[in-house]
Design a protein around this ligand. Structure first.
Ligand code: ADP
Ligand code: MG
Length: 163
């Protein structure tokens, strides 16, 4: 199912990221949850990730990981709204990985940084900016969200369901 939303300011995009993670269903897979963010520079990808972090109850504030490629955020059990909302075990997400491929030269650089191991751990939620640049090394089972610049304050955000 595809959903198209126009956000009219930063807060709306953040709220969308927040409600997106809160809508996750009970996890059954043996791998991490993968969320691929694609589309325009300034399209609101990092803004959306900030909202996801709020919804997850990440311990620190999200900054752009452009220079380090991968940033890892712990999720506090008590503060993690989706972990606490979904019963005792919740989704079991303990780590939030934020990856930004903007400055990536070759997809294998991500593998060198241990992407495979990160993906194979069901305790991880992995969000990837500029995911279209590393499409060939990402699992097929993922959510894909596209960001389009409409005008100075409007962004079109197209969500595709996982699976
Ligand atoms: P990306 O990570 O896709 O390059 P960012 O989230 O870093 O994009 O930046 C989005 C920029 O657009 C920010 O400077 C933000 O203030 C601005 N902006 C204006 N309107 C919106 C909106 N509706 N949603 C998100 N960002 C917006
Ligand atoms: Mg960004």
């Amino acid at each position: 199912m595809t959903k198209e939303i126009i956000t009219k300011n930063v807060e709306e995009t953040q709220k969308l990221g927040e409600s997106f993670v809160k809508s996750f269903k009970k996890k059954t897979g043996e791998k991490a949850i993968i969320v691929a963010l694609e589309g325009d520079l300034g399209g609101g990808k990092t803004t959306f990730v900030q909202g996801m972090a709020v919804g997850l109850g990440a311990k620190e504030q999200i900054t752009s990981p452009s220079f380090v490629l991968i940033k890892k955020y712990g999720i506090r059990n008590s503060r993690s709204r989706i972990n606490s909302l979904r019963g005792k075990q919740g989704l079991g997400i303990r780590n939030f990985y934020h990856i930004d491929c903007y400055r990536l030269k070759k997809p294998w650089q991500l593998q060198e940084l241990g992407l495979e191991e990160i993906i194979n751990d069901p305790k991880n939620l992995v969000v990837i900016e500029w995911a279209e640049r590393v499409e060939e090394i990402l699992p097929k089972d993922k959510s894909v969200i596209k960001f389009e610049w409409v005008d100075e304050n409007k962004r079109k955000i197209i969500l595709n369901d996982r699976g």
